[in-house]
Ligand binder design. Sequence first.
Ligand code: TMP
Length: 199
Amino acid sequence: MMKLITFEGIEGVGKSTQIQMLNDHILKSGFTSSIIREPGSTPFGEDVRNLLLNSDHDISAEAELLLMFASRAELVQTSLQESHTDYILCDRFYDASIAYQGYGRGLDLDLINQLIINIKCPLPDLTILLDLEPHKGFERKAEDKMDRIESAGIDFFTRVRNGYLTQAKQNTKRIKVIDASQDITSISNEILLHFNSLP
Ligand code: TMP
């Protein structure tokens, strides 16, 4: 049975580095693994990603939510259902919509949960939440050009962070919170502890 591990957190917490490190560990242990990201990963999803992040349109929160779910619906019905690897490591999944569009943009959480159920999102076996104060995340990303969502400001990211932490409190078995201000090796070791505890 394929196991789905999702990585969450605001910008600049080091998700990509940690996903790569866990992927290396899985391959060295003799298992197979694939890495996907949201929004994106299918040809349609990558087009939607460009629309969402790089377009100059000043879109509504509702349009943003539905585009996220358009990309996600494709992903659920292709890569996630057809996967033949032992593990899928996903750079963000539906928890991001609850945190960003729910807590961040203020959209109705019941609507988001209905979408999650209706497009049949699988429940991740493990979710790693890399937690960091927004201003520290932004310091790390200061070199990069900001995309449309990143330009939303520190108050927005404080709400997103708190949204993630609230979800973690409500799903303590699945979502593991890790202090992302630690060094890369310490974070990776904590992730491995959770990974090794998977049934
Ligand atoms: P990233 O993959 O470069 O982090 O960019 C994805 C952006 O999209 C990031 O700002 C988080 C945002 N996002 C949402 O707002 N809702 C979602 O459901 C997902 C998956 C991502």
